[in-house]
Design a protein around this ligand. Structure first.
Ligand code: ZN
Length: 138
């Protein structure tokens, strides 16, 4: 069995943002030379997510509005996290949107359903974050 590891780095200039990372994940699959297997993609920071959905701007705005209802950023005083940190909402949003995703690899390509794309979702940006890609298979 082959195994391949790669990290992607992000420094989103705003507090929150969504980045389509589908091409970078496919590049990692290409580099791995795995033709049949699985690609795990996970955020390596507890205030960011990796998720799969549609690359549609209106939907991405809907995520922002929905997550702000569930875990509003402000007022910061509503949260107990560490007694002083202002990113409790980012931890909660990360829990809702998830840590990782796994995609099948068939004939060397990410084997997606209709409209599926892979996204990095930043909830506490303006600093370096990273994502792990692990490819296993034959
Ligand atoms: Zn924190």
């Amino acid at each position: 069995m082959k195994s391949y590891r790669k990290e992607l780095f992000f420094n989103i200039p705003s507090r929150r943002g969504i980045v389509n990372i589908t091409e970078q994940v496919q590049e990692a699959v290409d580099e791995s030379n795995v033709k049949e297997g699985l690609a795990l993609v996970n955020a390596m920071n507890i205030t960011a997510s990796v998720f799969i959905n549609d690359d549609e701007g209106g939907l991405h705005q809907d995520y922002e509005v929905w997550l702000e209802k569930l875990a509003p950023e402000k007022p910061y005083e509503q949260y107990n996290h560490n007694g002083y940190e202002d990113n409790a909402d980012a931890h909660l949003k990360r829990t809702i949107m998830g840590r990782e995703t796994v995609v099948a690899i068939t004939n060397g390509k990410l084997d997606f359903g209709t409209w599926e794309q892979i996204f990095y979702f930043e909830f506490d940006g303006k600093r370096q974050k990273h994502v792990l890609i692990k490819v296993i298979g034959e």
